[in-house]
Ligand binder design. Structure first.
Ligand SMILES: [Zn+2]
Ligand SMILES: [Zn+2]
Length: 99
């Protein structure tokens, strides 16, 4: 079917678009426990920090270039590809190591 014209640069689903409109355009998340919160740019200073769940650092911007984060599932910055969070946290590798 001819829907090839709509996939310009959009990797986000309509659900995500819907959330953007109601909850905020941007995402911040805790590096410790993965707690995630959406926010609007003008309310960035109202974000919880440190994390209300674990007291860890809540990341709202790329540590390398300062770009905001658009996806709750982002692991890399859309602008500069810097790592936004420890990949172990999202890769399902949270495992205690015996030593
Ligand atoms: Zn946390
Ligand atoms: Zn960046």
């Amino acid at each position: 079917m001819g829907d090839g014209t709509r996939t310009t640069r959009t990797r986000r689903s309509w659900i995500q678009e819907e959330r953007r409109r109601t909850l905020g355009d941007w995402v911040a998340f805790c590096l410790g426990c993965g707690f995630t919160v959406r926010y609007f740019a003008e309310r960035e200073n109202e974000l919880p920090s440190p994390c209300p769940q674990c007291g860890g650092e809540v990341r709202r911007r790329c540590p390398a270039c300062g770009a905001r984060i658009a996806s709750a599932f982002a692991v890399e910055c859309e602008e500069c590809d810097a790592a936004l969070r420890p990949t172990e946290l999202f890769g399902g590798r949270i495992r205690k190591r015996d030593r």
